[in-house]
Design a binder for this molecule. Structure first.
Ligand code: SF4
Ligand code: SF4
Length: 389
């Protein structure tokens, strides 16, 4: 694929464990559309529901089914349909049924507004085998519609939840922490606790990405203004007693020798087909120089020959080399090429927002002292060992 790693230094390393021992694909994300019936204030991807240009470029039904066939043939066991809003596609039921007939478990990410009795019956009769994930953008009409910016959206969301409940379709809800909803955490968690299938405290969208396609500077400015400060984020996270535990285990598992490798995540192992049939190495990474157009090649080629090369790409940005390439927290930090691309248009410029959040989290669990910088820490192995003890 031309353009891979352009501007970065590629070195050949030992063959990866991935190639020898893992199937080429286990889970595939497919974005069925970028259009959405909501216009959420924080959204990093949505196009208007009636955007006919976007709609005309979307994959046909046949194309999606062919991609599902190919994914199943490569060993996929799970497909996750996301958007935009997946229920905007008139062929949603056909695509869903096809995936289930292939034996794939299906995760559906939706705002539930477009759910109908017929679709709820379908999901009850032929279950997705994974809980439907519904994002709640507010507990009251005012808050929900201040986020979604669509009148009537709250009533449709609640009707969608009722339909799932009445039909016994397993689902989970997750919340968003935005100015209109930050005071509703108690209400949201109390409501969620009464829903069938919500055995655990619900998760939240805490940290906001800028527009992943770098297509709307005004929206980027708005999203940046909605972000929690590190102090606010930590205060919200402290409410959840699981937080410190999960942060500690994340650090213990993810801490590793600092390195100048650009990707620290097994890039390409959880690819995503975008709404237009382009394979991305992951859901968020949309830099056109790293994606692979499935109209001109095969998913097998992308997964076997193209994306693995990304794991050898090394960073060159001086600030990245000074900080991230020497940072023992890199494994738990949201800084990655996808975030860097959305924020700066490059792949390896550190994103200060995620840097500050990660350092606040590390201080919270005692890995960093006040004023200390993670790239200056030399005894990080001992600190991680204490964490594990
Ligand atoms: S519902 Fe989801 S995809 Fe739609 S605008 Fe809101 S955040 Fe974006
Ligand atoms: S915490 Fe900061 S220095 Fe460390 S990886 Fe994240 S962005 Fe880079």
């Amino acid at each position: 694929m031309p353009g891979v790693g352009e501007g970065y230094v590629v070195r050949r390393g030992p063959r990866t464990l991935w190639r020898d021992a893992r199937p080429l694909l286990s889970t595939l994300d497919i974005e069925l559309t970028e259009r959405c019936d909501n216009r959420c204030i924080h959204c990093c991807i949505n196009r208007p529901q009636d955007d006919r240009v976007a709609e005309a470029g979307e994959m046909s039904t046949e194309r999606v089914l062919a991609i599902l066939d190919e994914a199943a043939g490569l060993g996929a066991l799970v497909v996750r349909f996301t958007g935009g809003e997946i229920l905007l596609r008139p062929d949603f039921a056909e695509i869903y049924l096809y995936a289930r007939r292939l034996g794939l478990r299906v995760t559906l990410l939706t705002n539930a507004r477009g759910l109908t009795a017929g679709l709820a019956e379908l999901l009850a009769e032929i279950p997705p085998l994974e809980p439907v994930v519904v994002t709640a953008y507010g507990m009251r009409q005012e808050s929900y519609e201040a986020v979604s910016r669509v009148r009537g959206a709250f009533a449709q969301f609640r009707r969608g939840i009722d339909l799932l409940t009445e039909h016994g379709v397993p689902f989970v809800v997750r919340g968003t922490l935005l100015p209109p909803t930050r005071d509703e955490m108690d209400d949201f968690e109390g409501w969620a606790a009464k829903l069938p299938g919500m055995d655990e405290r619900p998760g939240y969208i805490y940290f906001l990405d800028l527009r992943q396609r770098r297509d709307d500077p005004a929206a980027d400015r708005r999203i940046a203004g909605l972000r929690l400060t590190p102090e606010e984020a930590m205060a919200a996270l402290e409410r959840d007693p699981r937080l410190a535990r999960s942060l500690r285990s994340l650090c213990a598992v993810q801490a590793r020798e600092p390195s100048d490798l650009l990707f620290k995540c097994g890039i390409g192992m959880r690819p995503c087909v975008d709404a237009y049939g382009v394979l991305q190495p992951c859901l968020s990474l949309r830099d056109p120089s790293l994606t692979y157009d499935l109209a001109t090649g095969s998913m097998r080629e992308a997964l076997a020959d193209v994306f693995p090369k990304l794991r050898e790409v090394r960073a060159t940005d001086p600030e990245y080399l000074r900080r991230c390439a020497r940072c023992f927290l890199a494994g738990m930090c949201d800084q990655c090429p996808a975030k860097s691309y959305a924020e700066h248009g490059s792949l390896d410029t550190p994103v200060d927002y995620f840097c500050d959040i990660t350092q606040a989290q590390a201080r919270f669990i005692g890995l960093l002292a006040d004023g200390e910088r993670p790239w200056d820490v030399t005894d990080w192995r001992e600190r991680i060992a204490c964490l594990k003890a």
